[in-house]
Design a protein around this ligand. Structure first.
Ligand SMILES: [Zn+2]
Length: 232
């Protein structure tokens, strides 16, 4: 039902187009008699662009529809308008493509940068606590602070003089009570001369710049030692 109505409508459209063509041919051939003077360019332009401001009862519409000069101008203006519309469509499509390509490019660069960061080897860092030991009978002194980047690090800690060998838990915490653990790792000591070292990988990427503590806990001793630390 709907299909036949559509077909009918298309046939009507074709018929109307044919009548318009016949009329156009007659006007251009000078077979019609226009009444009144030719309207100005602005009016013809508005008429060619099917502007809503045009009142079809306006006598200038009647004139333009029967004057070969005005008809020629109308056809030219209409072609111009359609070309402009096409150009605009292409410009919009082009701009959309550029935005899409730029977005994809930016995203792929971001992705590859993230991948590079994820695959990049950890930064080697050293914290030397050799002289950070406290001696019997002395007041514990303020221990020197280390400075570490907010990145994945391969940290070598030179433990304080007289530290026990063995397995250590190393952590970066917010306070001296072990709260707010930012990163931790465990490793056995390695001896280097008279020094004991612990080497652990820590991921400090989630840490904001500021004051933290580096703690070392011997697996048997269980006492944690805290050293002030700055993350930059
Ligand atoms: Zn005219």
């Amino acid at each position: 039902m709907r299909l036949s109505w559509r077909r009918c409508s298309r046939a009507e459209d074709r018929f109307e187009a044919w009548i318009a063509q016949q009329h156009q041919r007659r006007v251009l051939a000078g077979e019609t008699t226009p009444s009144g003077p030719c309207p100005d360019e602005a009016f013809l332009r508005a008429l060619a662009w099917s502007s809503n401001s045009i009142d079809l009862l306006d006598p200038r519409v009647d004139h333009a529809a029967t004057c070969p000069n005005c008809m020629n101008r109308l056809l030219a203006l209409r072609r111009e308008h359609q070309a402009q519309k096409r150009k605009l469509t292409w410009a919009v499509a082009g701009a959309a493509c550029i935005i899409l390509v730029a977005g994809l490019f930016g995203w792929s660069r971001y992705e590859s940068r993230q991948q590079m960061l994820a695959q990049a080897p950890p930064i080697p860092e050293l914290v030397d606590l050799w002289n950070a030991a406290t001696y019997r009978g002395q007041q514990p002194r303020q221990l020197q602070s280390g400075l570490l980047p907010a990145a994945r690090i391969h940290l070598t800690i030179i433990l304080p003089r007289f530290s026990q060998a063995g397995q250590y838990l190393v952590a970066v915490t917010r306070d001296q009570n072990g709260n707010g653990v930012v990163a931790e790792g465990a490793a056995a000591t390695t001896a280097s001369g008279t020094q004991e070292r612990v080497i652990v990988d820590l991921d400090l990427r989630g840490a904001r710049a500021g004051a933290y503590f580096l703690s070392t806990t011997h697996e048997q001793d269980k006492a944690a030692y805290y050293y002030p630390l700055q993350i930059k």
